[in-house]
Design a protein around this ligand. Sequence first.
Ligand SMILES: [Zn+2]
Length: 396
Amino acid sequence: MSVFDCLAGQAAVRAQLEKAAAAARALATEVAPESEDALPQSAMSQAWLFTGPPGSGRSVAALALAAALECTGETPGCGECHACRTTMARSNPDVEIVETEGVTITVDATRSLVGRSYVAPSGRWRVIVIEDADRMLERTTNVLLKAIEEPPPFTVWMLCTPSPEDVMPTIRSRCRSVSLAIPPVEAVADLLVSSDHVSREQALAAAQEAQSHIGRARALATDPEAAKGRTATLRIASSIRGAGDAVLGAARLMKAADEYAKIHAAERDESERAELARSLGVNEQGRIPPAVRAQFRELEGRQKRRVTRVKRDFLDRAMIDILSFFRDVVVTQIGASLDLVNADFSHQIEAVAGESTVEQSIRKMDAIAVARERLAGNVDPLLAVEAMLVSLRPQG
Ligand SMILES: [Zn+2]
Protein backbone atom coordinates (compact mmCIF):
# COMPACT_ATOMS: atom_id res chain seq x y z
CA MET A 1 0.00 0.00 0.00
CA SER A 2 1.47 3.35 -1.08
CA VAL A 3 1.81 6.17 1.45
CA PHE A 4 -0.25 8.27 -0.97
CA ASP A 5 -3.30 6.04 -0.42
CA CYS A 6 -4.04 8.12 2.67
CA LEU A 7 -4.94 11.13 0.48
CA ALA A 8 -8.72 10.72 0.47
CA GLY A 9 -10.30 12.11 -2.71
CA GLN A 10 -7.29 14.27 -3.69
CA ALA A 11 -6.25 12.86 -7.07
CA ALA A 12 -4.55 16.03 -8.35
CA VAL A 13 -2.49 16.46 -5.17
CA ARG A 14 -1.49 12.83 -5.30
CA ALA A 15 -0.25 13.19 -8.87
CA GLN A 16 1.72 16.34 -7.99
CA LEU A 17 3.43 14.73 -4.98
CA GLU A 18 4.23 11.49 -6.79
CA LYS A 19 5.89 13.50 -9.53
CA ALA A 20 7.92 15.48 -6.98
CA ALA A 21 9.06 12.30 -5.24
CA ALA A 22 10.07 10.73 -8.54
CA ALA A 23 12.02 13.88 -9.51
CA ALA A 24 13.80 13.91 -6.15
CA ARG A 25 14.73 10.27 -6.58
CA ALA A 26 16.10 10.90 -10.08
CA LEU A 27 18.14 13.87 -8.86
CA ALA A 28 19.55 11.93 -5.95
CA THR A 29 20.83 9.22 -8.23
CA GLU A 30 22.02 11.34 -11.16
CA VAL A 31 23.27 14.59 -9.67
CA ALA A 32 25.65 15.00 -6.78
CA PRO A 33 23.52 16.53 -4.03
CA GLU A 34 26.24 19.07 -3.20
CA SER A 35 26.14 20.65 -6.65
CA GLU A 36 24.61 24.07 -6.82
CA ASP A 37 21.10 24.37 -8.17
CA ALA A 38 20.70 20.69 -7.53
CA LEU A 39 16.95 21.05 -7.76
CA PRO A 40 16.20 23.57 -10.51
CA GLN A 41 12.87 23.90 -12.29
CA SER A 42 11.97 20.34 -11.47
CA ALA A 43 8.84 18.95 -9.90
CA MET A 44 10.79 18.82 -6.67
CA SER A 45 11.24 21.81 -4.36
CA GLN A 46 12.97 22.32 -1.00
CA ALA A 47 10.12 24.44 0.37
CA TRP A 48 6.47 23.44 0.28
CA LEU A 49 3.29 25.11 1.42
CA PHE A 50 0.39 22.71 2.03
CA THR A 51 -2.92 24.51 2.30
CA GLY A 52 -6.45 23.32 2.85
CA PRO A 53 -9.27 23.65 5.36
CA PRO A 54 -8.75 21.97 8.74
CA GLY A 55 -9.29 18.24 8.38
CA SER A 56 -8.59 18.11 4.66
CA GLY A 57 -5.43 16.18 5.46
CA ARG A 58 -2.75 18.79 4.74
CA SER A 59 -0.28 17.51 7.33
CA VAL A 60 -0.93 13.92 6.25
CA ALA A 61 -0.15 14.96 2.67
CA ALA A 62 3.08 16.57 3.87
CA LEU A 63 4.00 13.40 5.77
CA ALA A 64 3.29 11.28 2.69
CA LEU A 65 5.69 13.41 0.63
CA ALA A 66 8.27 13.20 3.42
CA ALA A 67 7.93 9.42 3.46
CA ALA A 68 8.31 9.23 -0.30
CA LEU A 69 11.50 11.34 -0.10
CA GLU A 70 13.00 9.15 2.61
CA CYS A 71 11.76 5.91 1.01
CA THR A 72 14.34 3.25 0.18
CA GLY A 73 11.86 1.03 -1.65
CA GLU A 74 11.63 0.64 -5.42
CA THR A 75 8.75 3.09 -5.95
CA PRO A 76 9.07 6.26 -3.84
CA GLY A 77 6.47 6.06 -1.08
CA CYS A 78 6.22 2.27 -1.22
CA GLY A 79 4.67 2.19 2.24
CA GLU A 80 6.56 -1.00 3.07
CA CYS A 81 10.15 0.03 3.79
CA HIS A 82 11.43 1.12 7.20
CA ALA A 83 11.70 4.78 6.16
CA CYS A 84 8.11 4.90 4.89
CA ARG A 85 6.68 3.21 7.95
CA THR A 86 8.58 5.27 10.53
CA THR A 87 7.78 8.52 8.72
CA MET A 88 4.05 7.82 8.61
CA ALA A 89 4.20 6.77 12.29
CA ARG A 90 5.88 10.14 13.04
CA SER A 91 8.96 8.45 14.46
CA ASN A 92 11.57 8.93 11.71
CA PRO A 93 14.41 10.94 13.29
CA ASP A 94 15.12 12.66 9.95
CA VAL A 95 11.55 13.98 9.76
CA GLU A 96 10.81 16.56 12.42
CA ILE A 97 7.15 17.44 12.93
CA VAL A 98 6.39 20.68 14.72
CA GLU A 99 3.04 20.49 16.49
CA THR A 100 2.03 23.65 18.26
CA GLU A 101 1.03 23.23 21.83
CA GLY A 102 0.73 26.90 22.62
CA VAL A 103 -1.55 29.28 20.81
CA THR A 104 1.47 30.57 18.85
CA ILE A 105 4.86 29.23 17.73
CA THR A 106 7.58 31.12 19.61
CA VAL A 107 10.65 32.81 18.14
CA ASP A 108 12.96 30.71 20.33
CA ALA A 109 11.40 27.45 19.18
CA THR A 110 11.78 28.57 15.57
CA ARG A 111 15.44 29.55 16.08
CA SER A 112 16.37 26.12 17.40
CA LEU A 113 14.40 24.55 14.56
CA VAL A 114 16.40 26.56 12.04
CA GLY A 115 19.57 25.38 13.79
CA ARG A 116 18.55 21.75 13.39
CA SER A 117 17.78 22.28 9.69
CA TYR A 118 21.56 22.52 9.09
CA VAL A 119 22.27 19.10 10.59
CA ALA A 120 22.79 16.43 7.95
CA PRO A 121 20.24 13.58 8.04
CA SER A 122 21.14 9.93 8.54
CA GLY A 123 18.85 9.01 5.62
CA ARG A 124 18.23 10.88 2.37
CA TRP A 125 16.70 14.16 3.52
CA ARG A 126 16.14 16.27 6.60
CA VAL A 127 12.46 17.16 6.46
CA ILE A 128 10.82 19.70 8.75
CA VAL A 129 7.03 19.79 8.81
CA ILE A 130 5.40 22.76 10.56
CA GLU A 131 1.79 21.75 11.13
CA ASP A 132 0.25 25.11 12.03
CA ALA A 133 2.51 27.61 10.31
CA ASP A 134 -0.33 30.14 10.65
CA ARG A 135 0.41 30.22 14.36
CA MET A 136 3.74 31.92 13.69
CA LEU A 137 3.91 35.62 14.35
CA GLU A 138 5.46 37.90 11.76
CA ARG A 139 8.81 38.26 13.51
CA THR A 140 8.97 34.48 13.90
CA THR A 141 8.43 34.10 10.19
CA ASN A 142 11.41 36.37 9.54
CA VAL A 143 13.64 33.98 11.48
CA LEU A 144 12.48 31.24 9.17
CA LEU A 145 12.79 33.16 5.93
CA LYS A 146 16.56 32.97 5.56
CA ALA A 147 16.59 29.24 6.25
CA ILE A 148 13.93 28.65 3.63
CA GLU A 149 15.67 30.90 1.10
CA GLU A 150 18.99 29.12 1.27
CA PRO A 151 18.55 25.67 2.72
CA PRO A 152 21.42 23.17 2.79
CA PRO A 153 21.09 20.72 -0.11
CA PHE A 154 19.56 18.01 2.08
CA THR A 155 16.81 20.00 3.82
CA VAL A 156 13.15 20.25 2.84
CA TRP A 157 10.70 22.57 4.60
CA MET A 158 6.98 21.81 4.61
CA LEU A 159 4.59 24.38 6.02
CA CYS A 160 0.90 23.65 6.57
CA THR A 161 -1.75 26.38 6.85
CA PRO A 162 -5.48 26.74 6.14
CA SER A 163 -4.90 29.14 3.22
CA PRO A 164 -1.93 30.64 1.34
CA GLU A 165 -2.74 34.07 2.84
CA ASP A 166 -1.90 32.72 6.30
CA VAL A 167 1.84 33.07 5.67
CA MET A 168 3.81 36.16 4.73
CA PRO A 169 4.10 36.82 0.97
CA THR A 170 7.91 36.60 1.27
CA ILE A 171 7.63 33.01 2.52
CA ARG A 172 4.77 32.12 0.19
CA SER A 173 6.70 33.17 -2.90
CA ARG A 174 9.51 30.77 -2.03
CA CYS A 175 7.31 27.72 -1.54
CA ARG A 176 5.82 25.26 -3.99
CA SER A 177 2.12 25.29 -3.28
CA VAL A 178 -0.07 22.21 -2.75
CA SER A 179 -3.73 22.95 -2.17
CA LEU A 180 -6.06 20.36 -0.75
CA ALA A 181 -9.81 20.55 -1.16
CA ILE A 182 -12.48 19.34 1.27
CA PRO A 183 -12.79 15.67 0.37
CA PRO A 184 -16.23 14.20 -0.45
CA VAL A 185 -18.02 12.40 2.41
CA GLU A 186 -17.75 9.08 0.53
CA ALA A 187 -13.96 9.40 0.15
CA VAL A 188 -13.55 10.06 3.89
CA ALA A 189 -15.78 7.07 4.67
CA ASP A 190 -13.73 4.84 2.33
CA LEU A 191 -10.56 5.92 4.11
CA LEU A 192 -12.01 5.11 7.55
CA VAL A 193 -13.21 1.69 6.37
CA SER A 194 -9.79 0.76 5.00
CA SER A 195 -7.55 2.33 7.65
CA ASP A 196 -9.59 2.05 10.86
CA HIS A 197 -11.69 -1.03 10.12
CA VAL A 198 -15.03 0.51 11.04
CA SER A 199 -18.25 -0.54 9.30
CA ARG A 200 -19.24 1.33 6.15
CA GLU A 201 -22.45 2.58 7.81
CA GLN A 202 -20.59 3.90 10.85
CA ALA A 203 -17.91 5.47 8.64
CA LEU A 204 -20.49 7.26 6.49
CA ALA A 205 -22.33 8.66 9.53
CA ALA A 206 -19.08 9.87 11.10
CA ALA A 207 -17.85 11.45 7.85
CA GLN A 208 -21.19 13.23 7.44
CA GLU A 209 -21.30 14.45 11.05
CA ALA A 210 -17.71 15.67 10.79
CA GLN A 211 -18.49 17.43 7.48
CA SER A 212 -15.56 15.59 5.85
CA HIS A 213 -13.02 16.69 8.49
CA ILE A 214 -10.87 13.54 8.40
CA GLY A 215 -9.42 13.71 11.92
CA ARG A 216 -12.79 14.57 13.42
CA ALA A 217 -14.53 11.79 11.46
CA ARG A 218 -11.96 9.28 12.67
CA ALA A 219 -12.45 10.41 16.28
CA LEU A 220 -16.25 10.15 16.02
CA ALA A 221 -15.99 6.67 14.52
CA THR A 222 -13.39 5.27 16.90
CA ASP A 223 -13.41 7.30 20.14
CA PRO A 224 -16.58 6.92 22.25
CA GLU A 225 -15.62 10.05 24.26
CA ALA A 226 -15.63 12.20 21.12
CA ALA A 227 -19.01 10.84 20.02
CA LYS A 228 -20.45 11.41 23.51
CA GLY A 229 -19.11 14.97 23.56
CA ARG A 230 -20.81 15.77 20.25
CA THR A 231 -24.15 14.40 21.42
CA ALA A 232 -23.97 16.34 24.70
CA THR A 233 -23.07 19.56 22.88
CA LEU A 234 -25.95 19.27 20.42
CA ARG A 235 -28.40 18.45 23.25
CA ILE A 236 -27.36 21.61 25.08
CA ALA A 237 -27.59 23.79 21.96
CA SER A 238 -30.97 22.44 20.87
CA SER A 239 -32.69 22.83 24.22
CA ILE A 240 -31.93 26.47 25.13
CA ARG A 241 -35.22 28.14 26.09
CA GLY A 242 -33.93 31.10 28.07
CA ALA A 243 -30.89 32.84 29.60
CA GLY A 244 -30.87 30.38 32.54
CA ASP A 245 -30.42 27.40 30.20
CA ALA A 246 -27.60 29.26 28.46
CA VAL A 247 -25.67 29.93 31.68
CA LEU A 248 -26.13 26.32 32.78
CA GLY A 249 -25.21 24.98 29.34
CA ALA A 250 -22.06 27.11 29.17
CA ALA A 251 -20.95 25.82 32.58
CA ARG A 252 -21.48 22.25 31.39
CA LEU A 253 -19.53 22.81 28.19
CA MET A 254 -16.63 24.36 30.13
CA LYS A 255 -16.60 21.39 32.49
CA ALA A 256 -16.53 18.97 29.56
CA ALA A 257 -13.63 20.95 28.04
CA ASP A 258 -11.73 20.78 31.35
CA GLU A 259 -12.22 17.04 31.65
CA TYR A 260 -11.24 16.46 28.04
CA ALA A 261 -8.05 18.50 28.50
CA LYS A 262 -7.24 16.61 31.68
CA ILE A 263 -7.61 13.21 30.01
CA HIS A 264 -5.56 14.27 26.99
CA ALA A 265 -2.80 16.07 28.85
CA ALA A 266 -2.32 14.38 32.25
CA GLU A 267 -0.59 11.25 31.07
CA ARG A 268 1.76 13.16 28.80
CA ASP A 269 2.52 15.75 31.49
CA GLU A 270 3.59 13.05 33.89
CA SER A 271 5.85 11.20 31.48
CA GLU A 272 7.47 14.45 30.33
CA ARG A 273 8.23 15.35 33.93
CA ALA A 274 9.71 11.93 34.63
CA GLU A 275 11.74 12.17 31.42
CA LEU A 276 13.13 15.59 32.39
CA ALA A 277 13.98 14.36 35.90
CA ARG A 278 15.79 11.37 34.41
CA SER A 279 17.76 13.47 31.96
CA LEU A 280 18.86 15.81 34.77
CA GLY A 281 19.63 12.98 37.15
CA VAL A 282 17.11 14.24 39.69
CA ASN A 283 14.90 12.14 41.95
CA GLU A 284 11.53 13.59 41.05
CA GLN A 285 9.88 12.39 44.26
CA GLY A 286 12.40 14.33 46.32
CA ARG A 287 13.24 18.03 46.50
CA ILE A 288 14.21 19.61 43.21
CA PRO A 289 17.66 21.21 43.47
CA PRO A 290 17.61 25.00 42.88
CA ALA A 291 20.00 24.66 39.93
CA VAL A 292 17.45 22.86 37.77
CA ARG A 293 14.26 24.49 39.06
CA ALA A 294 14.11 26.82 36.08
CA GLN A 295 13.96 23.85 33.74
CA PHE A 296 11.03 22.36 35.61
CA ARG A 297 9.28 25.73 35.64
CA GLU A 298 9.78 26.01 31.90
CA LEU A 299 8.24 22.56 31.40
CA GLU A 300 5.28 23.43 33.61
CA GLY A 301 4.72 26.61 31.61
CA ARG A 302 4.71 24.64 28.37
CA GLN A 303 2.30 22.06 29.78
CA LYS A 304 -0.04 24.79 30.96
CA ARG A 305 -0.08 26.35 27.51
CA ARG A 306 -0.90 22.96 26.06
CA VAL A 307 -3.91 22.52 28.35
CA THR A 308 -5.16 25.97 27.31
CA ARG A 309 -4.82 25.06 23.67
CA VAL A 310 -6.56 21.67 24.05
CA LYS A 311 -9.45 23.34 25.90
CA ARG A 312 -9.84 26.02 23.24
CA ASP A 313 -9.76 23.42 20.49
CA PHE A 314 -12.45 21.42 22.29
CA LEU A 315 -14.71 24.47 22.60
CA ASP A 316 -14.11 25.49 19.00
CA ARG A 317 -15.03 21.96 17.93
CA ALA A 318 -18.25 22.23 19.97
CA MET A 319 -19.08 25.52 18.23
CA ILE A 320 -18.55 23.95 14.81
CA ASP A 321 -20.97 21.18 15.80
CA ILE A 322 -23.54 23.76 16.93
CA LEU A 323 -23.01 25.71 13.70
CA SER A 324 -23.72 22.55 11.70
CA PHE A 325 -26.95 22.06 13.71
CA PHE A 326 -28.23 25.49 12.66
CA ARG A 327 -27.04 24.89 9.11
CA ASP A 328 -29.38 21.86 9.21
CA VAL A 329 -32.16 24.07 10.62
CA VAL A 330 -31.76 26.50 7.68
CA VAL A 331 -31.68 23.62 5.18
CA THR A 332 -34.98 22.41 6.66
CA GLN A 333 -36.54 25.89 6.74
CA ILE A 334 -35.85 26.63 3.08
CA GLY A 335 -36.74 23.07 2.06
CA ALA A 336 -33.40 22.47 0.32
CA SER A 337 -32.85 18.93 -0.87
CA LEU A 338 -29.56 18.47 0.98
CA ASP A 339 -28.59 15.76 3.43
CA LEU A 340 -28.65 16.75 7.10
CA VAL A 341 -25.21 16.82 8.74
CA ASN A 342 -26.80 15.74 12.03
CA ALA A 343 -29.33 13.17 10.87
CA ASP A 344 -29.51 11.72 14.41
CA PHE A 345 -30.91 15.07 15.62
CA SER A 346 -33.60 15.39 12.92
CA HIS A 347 -36.44 15.75 15.50
CA GLN A 348 -34.76 18.63 17.30
CA ILE A 349 -33.81 20.24 13.97
CA GLU A 350 -37.43 20.13 12.82
CA ALA A 351 -38.70 21.52 16.11
CA VAL A 352 -36.31 24.49 16.01
CA ALA A 353 -37.01 25.03 12.30
CA GLY A 354 -40.76 25.14 12.99
CA GLU A 355 -40.62 27.75 15.75
CA SER A 356 -38.23 30.24 14.11
CA THR A 357 -37.57 32.02 10.82
CA VAL A 358 -34.66 31.66 8.39
CA GLU A 359 -33.48 35.18 9.34
CA GLN A 360 -33.36 34.22 13.01
CA SER A 361 -31.40 31.05 12.22
CA ILE A 362 -28.87 33.02 10.20
CA ARG A 363 -28.50 35.52 13.04
CA LYS A 364 -27.77 32.62 15.37
CA MET A 365 -25.13 31.31 12.97
CA ASP A 366 -23.56 34.78 12.91
CA ALA A 367 -23.47 34.79 16.73
CA ILE A 368 -21.67 31.44 16.71
CA ALA A 369 -19.11 32.78 14.22
CA VAL A 370 -18.51 35.81 16.44
CA ALA A 371 -18.02 33.55 19.47
CA ARG A 372 -15.44 31.49 17.57
CA GLU A 373 -13.53 34.65 16.71
CA ARG A 374 -13.63 35.84 20.31
CA LEU A 375 -12.43 32.43 21.48
CA ALA A 376 -9.48 32.62 19.09
CA GLY A 377 -8.71 36.05 20.55
CA ASN A 378 -8.05 36.57 24.21
CA VAL A 379 -11.62 36.62 25.54
CA ASP A 380 -12.51 34.55 28.62
CA PRO A 381 -13.85 31.32 27.03
CA LEU A 382 -16.74 31.07 29.52
CA LEU A 383 -18.00 34.53 28.57
CA ALA A 384 -17.75 33.81 24.86
CA VAL A 385 -19.62 30.50 25.16
CA GLU A 386 -22.28 31.98 27.45
CA ALA A 387 -22.98 34.92 25.14
CA MET A 388 -23.26 32.55 22.19
CA LEU A 389 -25.71 30.21 23.94
CA VAL A 390 -27.85 33.15 25.12
CA SER A 391 -28.24 34.20 21.48
CA LEU A 392 -29.60 30.73 20.60
CA ARG A 393 -32.77 31.07 22.70
CA PRO A 394 -36.07 31.35 20.80
CA GLN A 395 -36.86 34.92 19.70
CA GLY A 396 -40.33 36.38 20.37
ZN1 LIG B 1 9.23 3.12 1.16
